[in-house]
Design a protein around this ligand. Structure first.
Ligand code: ZN
Length: 137
């Protein structure tokens, strides 16, 4: 990471979780810098668009995104035949009905469980992929 990128992360201009540029939004009268992808945000110094620090918060959103990333890797890499099969498999492993498995509704605990289940099968079926994915998390 370049010094420039690091400085931008410290001012909240780049999301430290996604590496994406943040957007300036107005939130209850304050400017905030907010990541368009994971929703992590930081308040700006008054009258400026400079973040008071790195983006934070929204750990649940980050966890959901992380769970989705591991899950997508399972079916996109054909460890499960299709997205549909992968959902059925995950539901079974999480002791849920298939229709009740939605990443956007998962609690932190459920996200951690889904990540664990997906990590485990990837580690077993495709160690190289597992290494790649682990480096990016
Ligand atoms: Zn982000």
């Amino acid at each position: 990471m370049t010094a420039d990128t690091e400085a931008k992360i410290r001012r909240g201009e780049i999301c430290s979780f996604c590496g994406l540029p943040t957007e300036v939004i107005l939130h209850s009268g304050w400017r905030e810098r907010k990541c368009p992808s994971c929703g992590a945000s930081v308040r700006c110094h008054f009258g400026t668009e400079r973040g008071m620090g790195r983006v934070a918060g929204s750990s649940l959103k980050r966890l959901r995104k992380e769970a989705h990333r591991w899950f997508d890797a399972v079916w996109k890499n054909k460890i499960k035949k299709s997205r549909y099969n992968a959902y059925s498999w995950l539901a079974l492993r999480m002791h849920k009905n298939k229709d009740d498995v939605h990443f956007s509704l998962m609690t932190e605990e459920e996200c951690r469980q889904a990540i664990e289940v997906c990590r485990h099968i990837i580690m077993k079926e495709n160690p190289d992929l597992y290494r790649d994915l682990s480096e990016k998390s």
